[in-house]
Ligand binder design. Structure first.
Ligand code: ACO
Length: 325
């Protein structure tokens, strides 16, 4: 049976030049490189310059993805930007990217699912493409997450970083089998009962301010391993594939311990897991496309490989996308 599949034409990413190490952090808060590395696997993270906005990071990643895809940007009819740190409360940061790319047609909008944002955005793009709403879409995850941090709170500020990643996706006919290129299945979840486990204590409607990230780290950790494994198993069950079939696992880069725990739970060997958390920290919605681009550009992920993306974040939100690159 012939079906429309959403295939990845190109990937791109951008990291701000400034690097902040764990030792840098230990000069201003009561922490050590040893503690951070042992509990999280993070060694350093990138921090946007004062005049760098989320749209700047997003645009750089988008331009790289468009160049990699080798398409005329005018072919893009949809821009979906996943972010928790928009330039302004409105308009959507996606319209700034749209204008900077010289696109004056189609639709551009932001979506908010915190660390799961890119998995949500890619799933929306896949639905748009399969239903004919879009032909070619630019999907971006971009964050200046450092702007939401309370730099005196050692339990959160050591975890996050800034960055952006993007993919260009388009519709292509497939046979409707697991051998097709493109998105094979996608699964999204949220459960608002846990919204106070990880949240920002401000916003336009509640405090008329931006607020700072607050988190119950242990609770997030506990739920993350269970929820992520559930989303992965759903993708496998929907396709009849097994963990052995997966070539590359590209998870949201929250914490190396969460990723090790998840990989073990679903029976994936560590060498199949793409890890960028050591050098980038948790870049929220940007982490999955950043990791994807890293492994594509260094030659690990090749055309035809089966790639499993997953994420979990505030809300809680979580989900997975299984695709053949
Ligand atoms: N440096 C030194 N000590 C610290 C630091 C720090 N940066 N942060 C906390 N501590 C201390 C605590 O104050 C506590 O001290 P106490 O025993 O005297 O009270 C001690 O270390 C242990 O604290 P815990 O919070 O119990 O430490 P835990 O082993 O749970 O590790 C961590 C904390 C790393 C946050 C862990 O819970 C975690 O990774 N949780 C997942 C959170 C996450 O990844 N969030 C990202 C967003 S959600 C997502 O993307 C999935």
């Amino acid at each position: 049976m012939s079906v429309i599949r959403t295939i990845v034409l190109g990937t791109g990413s951008y990291l701000p030049a400034r690097v902040m190490t764990n030792d840098d952090l230990s000069k201003t808060i009561d922490t050590t490189d040893e503690w951070i590395v042992e509990r999280t696997g993070i060694h350093r993270r990138h921090i946007a310059a004062d005049d760098e906005l989320t749209s700047h990071l997003a645009l750089a990643a988008a331009r790289a993805a468009i160049a990699d895809a080798g398409i005329d940007p005018q072919e893009i009819d949809t821009i979906i930007l996943a972010t928790t740190t928009p330039d302004n409360t409105f308009p959507a940061t996606a319209v700034t990217v749209q204008a900077e790319l010289g696109l004056y047609h189609g639709a551009a909008f932001d979506i908010q699912a915190v660390c799961s944002g890119f998995v949500y955005a890619l799933t929306i793009a896949d639905t748009f493409i399969r239903t004919g709403q879009s032909k070619t879409a630019l999907v971006i995850g971009a964050e200046t997450f450092s702007r939401l941090l309370d730099w005196t709170d050692r339990t959160t500020c050591v975890l996050f970083g800034d960055g952006a990643g993007a993919v260009v996706v388009t519709g292509m006919e497939g046979a409707g089998t697991n051998a097709d290129r493109g998105v094979l299945t996608a699964h999204l979840h949220s459960d608002g009962r846990y919204k106070e486990k990880l949240y920002v204590d401000g916003g336009p409607s509640s405090t008329q301010s931006t607020g700072h990230v607050r988190m119950e780290g242990r609770e997030v950790f506990r739920h993350a391993v269970v929820n992520i494994a559930e989303a992965i198993n759903e993708s496998l069950a929907a396709t009849g594939l097994t963990a052995d079939d997966i070539d590359w696992f590209v998870p949201h880069q929250a914490n190396k311990r969460i990723l090790d725990g998840t990989a073990k739970r679903i029976g994936l060997p560590p060498e199949k897991v793409v890890l960028t958390v050591a050098d980038q920290g948790n870049t929220s919605a940007a982490s999955v496309p950043l990791a994807l681009d890293t492994a594509v550009k260094d030659g690990r992920i090749k055309r035809g490989d089966l790639v499993l993306l997953e994420a979990m974040g505030g809300g809680f939100t979580w989900g997975s996308v299984l695709l053949r690159y």
